[in-house]
Design a protein around this ligand. Structure first.
Ligand code: ATP
Ligand code: MG
Length: 467
C-alpha cells in the first residue's frame, strides 16, 4: 500500500490514513462485521506498527459485549470478564477482545473499582495512558483512529499523557513507571509536564503493588538503555520512593579510585551491561553492587575514602531490596552471589590451588557472569569501555587450571558418600564433612583424585578422629 506506515501529521482522528492489516486479522474482524459489530486493533500493537516493529500481541477493542463475542466464536475464554475482556482462540492465535470501556472510581491508585462500557472507540481510547498507546486501527479497512495525536508524538519521539498528566497519574500510580519504562525501551523523551506530574503523584505510586512495580522495573533494566529510566527516576523522586538504597548513593564521593559518585558509577555500569546485552542478573548486580558504600564510607588519615567490606553490605541490602520487589529466589541468589564476589583481585603469584579455590567459591556456572560484572564495573569507573586485555591473563590461567584439575566439585571426586559409608564412615553429617576434606585435598593436589588415594585419606581421617 502506497505510503503505508508513514506517520500522519495530525492531532485529529484520521479518516484517510490507512495501514496494512494482516490477512488473518482481517478475516477475524469480518466475523464481527457479519454480526453487525465493529472491531479495532488498539493500544500497543498500533504503536508498534507505526514504529515498524513486530507487534507482540493483538488487542482488539469492540462495541460487542463479552457475551456477544462469546457467541460469535467457538473457543472463547473469559480471561478478564470483570473488565470486559475475553480471549478468543482463532486459527492458532489467541486474541484478547475487550468491549469499549471507560474506567471510573480509582479509589486507591491501583486499579479501577468499576468498569463502565463506552459507546465509541474514541471514548475507549481516551482512558488509555499515553497518546502513542491511544490509537486504533479500524478493521478490516486499516483506517487509523488517532484522536490525541499519537502518530505525531511517535514521529517526534515524545511520550505524552492523554489529557492532564496529574489527573491521569492520580488515577493510576503505575503510569509514571510505564512512562519511564517506555522512555527506556523506545528511546523517547518525556514531556516536561509529565515529569512534573510524577513528582506531584508520588503518594499514588506508593500504593501500587510491588508485583506491578517489579514488572516495570524489570522491563526498564532489560531495555537497551536503562539509564534513561533510572535518571528520570532520580529526578522525579521515584528512586527515593522505590529504591531508597540507590538514592542514598547519589553524591557519595569516592575520589582516589573513581571519577564519579557512587550513583553515577552504578548507572554507568548498568548501562554498559545493557549495551553489551548482558543478562538481567548482571544488569541488576551492576546497578546494586555498591549500595553498601554509603554505610561503609570512611575517610582515612590520607584524606581518601575507603569502603571496607562494602560488598558484604551491598549483598545484604540487595537481597532485602530484591525480595521487597518480589524478584524470584533464583534471580535474587545469583545477583547477591555476584555482588558478594565482585571484589576479587587476581595476582600472577596465585598458586594453582588458590585459582581452584576461587573457581569453587564463585561456581563454574557463575564465572562468565562475574567477569561480565567486572567489565561493567570497570566501564562504570572509567566512563569508557574496559580494556579487554585487563582480565585476559586471569581468564587464561583459569582455563589452564580447569584443564589440569580433575575435580572442582564434590560431585567430580573419585569417591562418593556410598563409598565412604562402605569403609565405615557413619551415615549423616560425617559423610559430608569428609567429602569436603577430600575436596580440599584434591584442590591442593589434583593427583590425589583417585579412588584408592581418597579412600586412604578418608580412612586416616577416621582413625585420627578415633584416636
Ligand atoms: P507492551 O505490551 O509492549 O508492554 P503495551 O502498550 O501493549 O506495551 P499493555 O500493558 O499490553 O502495554 O497494555 C495494552 C494497552 O492498554 C496500552 O497500549 C494502553 O493503551 C492500555 N494501558 C495499559 N496499561 C494502562 C494503564 N495503566 N493506564 C491506562 N492505559 C493502560
Ligand atoms: Mg501489550
Amino acid at each position: 500500500m502506497n505510503g503505508a506506515n508513514t506517520v500522519q501529521n495530525t492531532g485529529k482522528t484520521s479518516n484517510q490514513k490507512r495501514l496494512p492489516v494482516a490477512p488473518a486479522l482481517c478475516r477475524f474482524a469480518q466475523i464481527f462485521e457479519e454480526h453487525g459489530k465493529k472491531a479495532y486493533l488498539a493500544g500497543g500493537a498500533v504503536r508498534d506498527i507505526l514504529l515498524k516493529k513486530k507487534a507482540c500481541d493483538w488487542d482488539i477493542a469492540t462495541d460487542a459485549s463479552p457475551q456477544e463475542v462469546m457467541a460469535m466464536f467457538k473457543t472463547v475464554i473469559p480471561t478478564g470478564i470483570k473488565h470486559g475482556t475475553v480471549t478468543v482462540l482463532y486459527k492458532g492465535a489467541s486474541i484478547e477482545v475487550t468491549t469499549f470501556r471507560t474506567e471510573a472510581d480509582y479509589r486507591d491508585g491501583r486499579r479501577p473499582e468499576r468498569v463502565e462500557f463506552a459507546a465509541t472507540i474514541e471514548e475507549d481510547l481516551s482512558r488509555r495512558d499515553f497518546t502513542m498507546n491511544a490509537m486504533a486501527l479500524s478493521l478490516p479497512d486499516g483506517r487509523l483512529v488517532d484522536p490525541f495525536g499519537g502518530a505525531l508524538d511517535i514521529k517526534n519521539q515524545i511520550i505524552r499523557c492523554v489529557g492532564s498528566p496529574p489527573e491521569r497519574f492520580s488515577e493510576d500510580g503505575l503510569r509514571p513507571l510505564r512512562a519511564l519504562r517506555f522512555a527506556s525501551t523506545l528511546g523517547f523523551s518525556l514531556e516536561a509536564a509529565l515529569l512534573d506530574a510524577i513528582k506531584q503523584c508520588l503518594d499514588v505510586t506508593a500504593m501500587v503493588s510491588m508485583e506491578r512495580v517489579q514488572s516495570e522495573f524489570e522491563k526498564m533494566l532489560r531495555s537497551p538503555r536503562p539509564q534513561t529510566a533510572l535518571e528520570a527516576m532520580r529526578q522525579t523522586g521515584l528512586l527515593k520512593l522505590l529504591l531508597p538504597e540507590l538514592d542514598a548513593c547519589v553524591g557519595v564521593l569516592q575520589k582516589g579510585y573513581h571519577r564519579f559518585d557512587v550513583w553515577t558509577h552504578s548507572v554507568l555500569a548498568c548501562a554498559y551491561a545493557a549495551a553489551q546485552n548482558m543478562s538481567l542478573e548482571v544488569r541488576l548486580a551492576a546497578l546494586l553492587h555498591d549500595i553498601g558504600k554509603p554505610e561503609t564510607a570512611r575517610l582515612n588519615e590520607n584524606g581518601v575514602w575507603t569502603f571496607y567490606n562494602h560488598e558484604k553490605v551491598s549483598a545484604k541490602k540487595s537481597r532485602a531490596l530484591l525480595s521487597k520487589l518480589r524478584f524470584d529466589n533464583q534471580t535474587i541468589e545469583k545477583v547477591v552471589h555476584l555482588i558478594e564476589e565482585h571484589m576479587f583481585h587476581y595476582e600472577d603469584e596465585w598458586s594453582d590451588a588458590a585459582v581452584r579455590r576461587f573457581i569453587i567459591r564463585v561456581g563454574e556456572e557463575n564465572l562468565e557472569a562475574l567477569f561480565a560484572l567486572r567489565a561493567a564495573d570497570s566501564a562504570g569507573t572509567a566512563g569508557v569501555p574496559p580494556d579487554p586485555r585487563s582480565m585476559q591473563e586471569f581468564l587464561r590461567r583459569i582455563e589452564r587450571v580447569r584443564e589440569k584439575s580433575s575435580a572442582l566439585s564434590i560431585k567430580k571426586l573419585a569417591v562418593n558418600g556410598h563409598d565412604l559409608m562402605a569403609i565405615g564412615v557413619p551415615a549423616g553429617k560425617s559423610v559430608g564433612i569428609i567429602l569436603k576434606l577430600l575436596l580440599e585435598a584434591v584442590l591442593e593436589d589434583p593427583a590425589l583424585n583417585t579412588r584408592e588415594k581418597l579412600l586412604e585419606i578418608a580412612k586416616k581421617t577416621m582413625e585420627n578422629k578415633l584416636t
